[in-house]
Each structure stands twice: as C-alpha cells, then as structure tokens.
Write a protein of this length. Structure first.
Length: 246
C-alpha cells in the first residue's frame, strides 16, 4: 500500500484531496493555479481540435473549440510545480481516442513529478452509450506510454440509472486484471453509491484500488459516504446540487 499512497496522494488522506473541475481554458487554469496550495488536483478534458493539423485541446463536448492546447496546459502545470516546488496533479479526461497517444508521448518529454491520472469511460453501463474507446487499446497505450500513471477508468451511464450492477462491476474488474497495471481509481457517480454500496466495495478489494466520487451530493449523502466509504481509499470531486429556480 505504501507505494500506491506515495504515488497519488499529497500528504493528506484521499478524502481531503481538493479538486478543480473542468480546467479547459487559459483563464480557468490560471485561476486554479493561484489557489495553490489549497488545490491538489486539476481535472481537465481532452479532445482533438477541428483545425488541420488536428491537435489535442482542453475541451468538453458539446464544445469543439478551446484557447488551451494540451501541450500548453501540461507545460504550464509542470513549470508551475517546478517554480513553486508544488505537487499539483492532473486528471486527464480523454474524450477522443485519437488524443491519447500524442498526449502521453508529449508528457513523457517532461520530467513531470506530480500525479497523473488517465481517465476514460471504457465500459458500457446499463442504458449508457457505447464508449468511443477500444478498452484494450486504451489500456495498452497507457501501459506502454505512461506506466507511472493511475488509471481512472469508468462506465458510460444513463441519466436515470439507479445503481452499478454486478455485471458492470464484473466487467470493470476483468479489464483491470487484463491490463497488467496495478493502480486504479474508479470514478463513481455520487447519486448511485448508496444503492450500489455492496458492489462498489468489491472494487476496493485490491490494496491499490481507490474510488473517485463525482457529481452532485447534498449534505445528507456526503455524511452517509463519510460513514460508509473508507476515507483512506476515497477521493471526492463532488458539488452541491443546483437548486431549481421557480
């Protein structure tokens, strides 16, 4: 467990790691870095640009344009860490299979010492869309190009999904076993955790597996998760529900 802990934590328990979500523009990146050391991890989305030649950019569908390329994003974080002796990590949320290899190849040109999480939805959940990634190919690219990374692989899920089924958990665990990698943090939707508690805990049977809870969570759900999920193996990238305006 020690190697895993030193790889992806920041001197605080996983449950205390802080996040900035959707760091997909120059302005948001600049603002996020000014909050250091209050922020530990930057989550950002990656697509391919529509121009020719196409390059990886920080962007989340349905948007198709960004003022921030992946190279500029990761270079700025790298230089910030060097200058400030910081340990700001990144979670790279890949939305386009074409972006994976060029991003990891460039990342390897840097002496990036902070945590890097490699995220993609690889398993089709009940009611979810078919993932654009070939799961075997994505895992192979990660193992070959950035074996130091933590794999953050998840499911595509329907908006009205009630829980993570045994089949969904089985399929994920099969991928992990076949990948040859050890370090995983599974992104799980906060609203589904209570109904899926028994199945979710199966993901944590390996010492080097953790959860990253995402999505909306009110105070009641947050308290339930604190009491029912292991603090040493659970990260929280959650927000409060948006109240509707009558």
């Amino acid at each position: 467990m020690e190697a895993f802990t030193s790889k992806i934590t920041f001197g605080v328990p996983p449950c205390e790691v802080t996040w900035v979500h959707a760091v997909n523009s120059k302005a948001i990146l600049s603002k996020a870095l000014t909050t250091f050391p209050l922020v530990n991890m930057l989550e950002a989305d990656i697509m391919m640009s529509g121009n020719i030649p196409s390059v990886p950019i920080m962007c989340h569908p349905p948007k198709v344009e960004s003022d921030l390329t992946f190279k500029d994003f990761i270079t700025e974080v790298h230089l910030f860490n060097q200058k400030n002796l910081g340990k700001v990590g990144v979670k790279l949320d890949f939305k386009d299979p074409r972006a994976v290899e060029p991003c990891l190849e460039f990342l390897n040109t840097l002496d990036f010492q902070s945590p890097v999480w490699l995220n993609a939805d690889l398993v089709q959940g009940h009611g979810g869309f078919k993932p654009p990634f070939d799961a075997t190919q994505f895992l192979k690219q990660c193992v070959s190009n950035y074996p130091r990374g933590v794999l953050s692989i998840g499911w595509t899920i329907a908006k009205n999904l009630k829980d993570y089924s045994p089949f969904m958990i089985d399929e994920m665990l099969k991928l992990c076993k076949a990948s040859g990698m050890k370090h995983f943090s599974f992104p799980v939707a906060a609203p589904l955790i209570r109904a899926s508690h028994k199945e979710i805990l199966r993901l944590l049977e390996e010492d080097t597996h953790t959860l990253t809870v995402w999505g909306e969570a009110d105070d009641e759900l947050r308290l339930w998760m604190q009491n029912n999920l292991p603090s040493e193996k659970t990260y929280y990238d959650v927000r409060y529900p948006v109240k509707s305006v009558d």
